[in-house]
Each structure stands twice: as C-alpha cells, then as structure tokens.
Design a protein around this ligand. Structure first.
Ligand code: ADP
Ligand code: MG
Length: 625
C-alpha cells in the first residue's frame, strides 16, 4: 500500500474474485475484450480527429499490436487509440460504469457455477485480463496530452496508479501470465483466437515477430464486417461482431444485414439480442446503435436513429450521405438521418413480420423478451403502429401460451362483437379477477394484459379490424347476447328480481357518495360483488397507473358496484331487504362488500379501522351459539 494505491469499487472486487477463482472455461475471451477496447479507443480518436486532425498527424495508421515475451512470460497488447488520462484510468479501470451494475452485483450468488453464467451475460470487459494474468500493467498516454500514467494491479482488492513512461499516444497492456495460461504465449493459439474473435475488427491486429528481422504478421482481415458481402460472412463472424458492437455476450436472435441504394445510401447491420439486457426498462436507456459515416465511427448515442420502442436493437448504421464532419448537434432533425430512420424501422418491422409468419414459436421468444418494448410503438408510431398491433402476442384466458389478435378474432363466439380484455399489473391476479367469471362460464376468451404499456395503447387504439376493444371491467357485460359454449340453466338459483330491487335501493342509499351506481351483474358467477367502470369512464387500471405517475387529478372516478344475484350471501341479503327493509346489519354488509370489492382490485381499504370493527360486528351477529 502506498499513496498511489486505490481500492476497486465493491462490484469490481466481487467480479474479480469470481473471475480469478472460478474455472471460467472460456479464458481466451480476454483477448477479444482487450482488442475490442483497443478498437473502440481508435474509433473514438478517429472521430475526435475529424475536428482536431493534429491529434493523429504524427501516427495516422490505427492498429493493435500483440507481442509475446517468452522469457518474461508476458503478453503485451498495444494500441494507438485515444488513450486515458490519469483520472480516466482510475475511473475506467476501477469501477464498472455500465448501467445495470448494481443489479448484477445483487444477483451474484456466491455459487460459482451460477455466477459464471451471470458473468457470461453481463460481461467482464477489461477485468477478464485477470483470468489469465496474475499481474496487469496498463500504461496510457491520452492523445494531445504529455503525461503518461501507469496502472498496476494483481486483481486483489487494490490497484496502483503512478506516472508512466510512454512517448506516443495510446495504451499498452502488459499481462504477466499465470502458469496455467501459458498457452496464450503461443503464436498459433493467438492466431486462432484473433481469427475467431476479432477478424471483423476494422483495423489491423498485428502479431509482432519473435525475432528481430522477421516480418510482423497481420492476423485479421481488418475490414469493417458490414462492408463485406453477406455471402462472405459466416454466422460465427456475425456473432462475434455482435459481441463487439453490442457489448453483448449472448447470441443474436436475429441478424439484419442490408444495404440501401438509391437516393440515400447506407448499410445497416442490426442485431436483436437473444436475452434482454439488464436495463431494458431504464427510462434513461437510449439507443445503442453505432452511427458511422463512410466507415468512420461518429457516435453511439444518437436518439434520432431509432425510435425508443426499438431500443433493443444493437449494431451499426453506416451512411454514405452524411458529411464526415457531422457534429452530434447536426444530427438533430437531419433529413438524411430521418430517411435512414424510416428505412430502418420499415426493415425491422418487415423482418419481424416474416419471422412471426414463418416461425411463430421462435417469434414468441422474441416477444417475451421485447414485446413490452415494441408495443410502445403501437401508439407512438402513427405509421407502423397498426403493423405492430397485428404481430403482437397476448396472454389470454382461452389458450395456453399466447395469441395474436387475428387468431383471437377467429375464435370469437357467435354474437360476440368485441375483443374483450382485462388490464392489471400481475398476471396471476388478473386470472382470478371476479369480472372474468361470467366470461369463463360462457367460454368467451379474454385477453390478459399485464404490461403497463397495454393500458396506454388501449387508451388510443379503439379497434382491430373493425372489432372494438372492450374492457371486462368497464360498462355492461352484454353477456346475454353471446352464445356460450355450454349454457347452464341455473336461473332458479337466482334471487328474485323484486328482492334484488329492494337490496339495490338499500345499497344505493348506504353507499351514496362512495359508488356511482349499484346494479345486478351478469359477469359474476362465483364472487358476490365486483367493481366496474362506467361506460364513458376511464378504465380502472389505467386510472391507477396515471395516479401512480401523478398524471391525474387526486379525485378518483366513482365505480359501479355489481351484485351477483346467484351468490348465497347476496340472496340472503336480498330476501332480508325485501322482508325487513333497512337495518344496521344490511348497511354494514353494503360497506363491507364495497371494501371487499376494492381489496380484490388490489386497492387499499379506505378506513381499515372501521372495516375491522364492522367485520367483527357482522361476524358476531351472524354466529349463533
Ligand atoms: P466497456 O468496453 O464495455 O466500456 P471495459 O471493461 O472493456 O468496458 O472497459 C472499461 C473502459 O476502460 C472502457 O469503456 C474505456 O473507457 C477504457 N479502456 C479500456 N481499454 C482501453 C484502451 N485500450 N484505450 C482507451 N481506453 C480504454
Ligand atoms: Mg470493453
């Protein structure tokens, strides 16, 4: 420990511990990570040099050089990229800045097998160096600066940062290889790894000759992958490129590689991940597509390139028509970029439609991961929203798995005019909603919509192919008009209409300012009561969502309380109402049943103390010794 010693961020220390002590099988990926970082560093400098060409004047050929020192048992990876200043080194090589880090850290279990899998998804980046090295030295000089810095660590809790010796810009990483990792000091092994993992890197990766006088050897193709013909690219190469460009560690679920020619020329190489990233629903999460202009990296922070509802995409877009000196500000409202964006959306939606039609099972996997994101497009994208709605999959009461709307419509019952749905935030709770009972009894399918976004698109989109969407928690249920699968005649079990009329009148008085109306229900079979919204009022769940986001006035709309005339309790109450008129017990029952209906909706009880007292009194009255 010296004054130059720093401690790793807790997450990094944990990560390093696992990386060095678990038997992570794919040790060779350390080279991919380091070369990938070098390539990123060169990309960033190339961009900076567009406006400050003096930064690269003395050394304009970007490259990564690998050299082996057999005697010292070291492997050195060097680049002439942008480099790091001292504070940048402390920040970049001592913490993990990536979003989702704390969540990642929480999910580490301490069980090596499970954690290795998690690391595989999260990625170790620079820290993978410690899988093969027991000491790592990084010396870096930031382009345009004069003082180099050296960072050293054995990966155990701390690292040292001191002035370093490097005359030219860039970064040198020296790995002191562990005994069991000496295979990575063999040229053959390195050649293979680079071919496998870094062939797509657009700058040369050079293996330094072992002896003075021998030729250095370029190990990769050193041309940007997306510029090559599709037929020349293997699936493995696409996957490796995806890992590099998307900072991802899974496989692409879909790869879209296409060139647009004509008035506007651009190439896109896009990937849809197989696994959802940790921070998919982070509101600050932006596009991660990389924008290139004529092979020069411009930015990976360009919101104009894709809409937010496609934020799951990874990859690159390379334009021939934007000026090379385009500044990030110029990208806003840029007509060329707008055209590219339009083309890209069309292409992605087209490919997804094809997949949905050809391979529904596989498409369902995509939908599970990203459907909730893509659905934002249903209401945000006036042009493509309808096509997204058409491919959308929904859970439903009628079918295991998921259904699209066309199939739902195909299964609609005779006399059924609407597409029925219920929204909520928990699928389990939705399935047991009392409002579904009557529909279930008639075999009428109801869509179970549990994503927050569902309430939003449903407030804008009113129909699908002429069939209106209708919430089962709003308006009257109209169940009488629909021919059920097997209609049971249980009319005899119902309370008499005249009894129900007395009960309803009495409930209306007791609940005067608490409900909008009280009425008989046709949608209940097992539960005594439920709440529904009036035809013109806002859906119950949407109102709750808006309230949670403080979007709606504090006042809640009053609901309609529906009573099930077939329920034993309601029958008893109705008989008593007709025979004896109003009583304290009946008033208590009205209030209790209303509270109960709210509880089923997941609402808090308005006055828990009064509720408990009433409940106890009511039970006391109903139990005879
Ligand atoms: P990531 O590449 O996903 O950002 P890494 O752990 O691989 O994560 O790298 C951490 C950071 O360290 C990089 O984002 C970059 O800022 C910096 N870095 C790593 N290697 C280099 C390098 N060769 N040149 C310049 N900066 C580097
Ligand atoms: Mg990296």
């Amino acid at each position: 420990m010296t004054e130059h010693t720093h401690e790793f961020q807790a997450e990094v220390a944990k990560l390093l511990d696992i990386v060095t002590h678990s038997l992570y099988s794919e040790k060779e990926i350390f080279l991919r990570e380091l070369v990938s970082n070098s390539s990123d560093a060169c990309d960033r400098l190339r961009y900076a040099a567009l406006t400050a060409p003096e930064l690269i004047k003395d050394d304009p050929e970007f490259k990564v050089t690998i050299s082996i020192d057999d005697k010292a048992k070291t492997l050195t990876i060097e680049d002439n990229g942008i480099g790091m200043s001292e504070p940048e080194m402390i920040e970049n090589l001592g913490t993990i800045a990536r979003s989702g880090t704390s969540r990642f850290s929480q999910e580490l279990t301490g069980d090596a097998a499970k954690d290795v899998n998690l690391i595989g998804q999260f990625g170790v980046g620079f820290y993978s160096a410690f899988m093969v090295a027991d000491k790592v030295t990084v010396t870096s000089l930031k382009a345009g600066e004069k003082k180099a810095t050296t960072w050293t660590s054995n990966g155990q809790g701390t690292f040292d940062v001191e002035p370093g010796a490097r005359e030219t810009r860039g970064t040198t990483i020296v790995l002191h290889m562990r005994k069991e990792a000496k295979e990575f000091l063999e040229p053959m092994r390195l050649r293979n790894i680079i071919k496998t993992y870094a062939d797509h890197i657009a700058l040369p990766v050079i293996l330094k000759a072992a002896k003075e006088g021998d030729e250095d050897e370029t190990l990769n193709s050193a041309s940007a992958l997306w510029t090559r013909a599709k037929s020349d690219i293997t699936e493995e190469q696409y996957t490796e490129f995806y890992h590099h460009v998307g900072h991802a560690f899974d496989n692409p679920w879909m790869t879209i590689h296409s060139r647009a020619e004509g008035r506007i020329e651009y190439t896109m190489l896009l990937f849809i991940p197989e696994q959802p990233p940790f921070d998919l629903f982070n509101p600050e999460r932006k596009s991660r597509l990389k924008l290139y202009v004529k092979r020069v990296f411009i930015t990976d922070d360009c919101e104009e390139l894709i809409p937010a509802y496609m934020r799951f995409l990874r990859g690159v877009v390379d334009s021939e028509d934007l000026p090379l000196n385009v500044s990030r500000e110029m990208l806003q409202h840029n007509p060329v970029l707008q055209k590219i964006r339009g083309g890209l959306i069309k292409k992605v939606i087209g490919e997804l439609e094809k997949k949905a039609a050809k391979d529904g099972e596989n498409f369902a996997k995509f939908w599970d991961n990203f459907g909730a994101v893509l659905k934002e497009g249903i209401y945000e994208d006036a042009v493509h929203g309808e096509r997204i709605l058409k491919m959308a999959l929904f859970k439903s009461t009628g079918k295991e798995g998921e259904t699209n709307l066309a199939d739902y419509v195909g299964r609609m019952k005779e006399g059924q005019e609407a597409i029925y749905y219920i929204t909520g935030d928990d699928l389990g709770a939705l399935k047991s909603s009392p409002q579904l009972e009557g529909f279930a009894a008639k075999g009428i399918e109801v869509l179970l919509l549990a994503d927050a976004v569902d309430s939003f698109w449903l407030s804008r989109i009113t129909e699908f192919e002429g069939k209106p969407f209708k919430s089962v928690t709003r308006g009257s249920a109209e169940l009488e008009k629909i021919k059920g699968a097997e209609e049971k005649k249980d009319e005899s079990e119902k309370a008499e209409d005249s009894e129900m009329d007395s009960l309803i009148a009495l409930f209306k008085t007791a609940l005067a300012d608490k409900v909008k109306d009280v009425r008989q229900s046709s949608r209940l079979t097992g539960s005594p009561v439920c709440l529904v919204a009036d035809e013109g009022d806002m859906d119950i769940h949407l109102e709750k969502l808006l309230k949670a986001h403080k979007q709606f006035g504090a006042s809640e709309s009053l609901r309609i309380l529906e009573l099930n005339p077939k329920h034993a309790l309601i029958k008893k109450l109705a008989a008593s109402a007709k025979k004896n008129g109003t009583s304290e017990a009946l008033e208590d029952a009205a209030l209790l049943l209303l509270d109960q209906a709210h509880i089923v909706e997941g609402d808090p009880v308005a006055d828990p103390v009064a509720f408990s007292k009433r409940m106890a009194d009511f039970m006391a009255g109903s139990i005879s010794a």
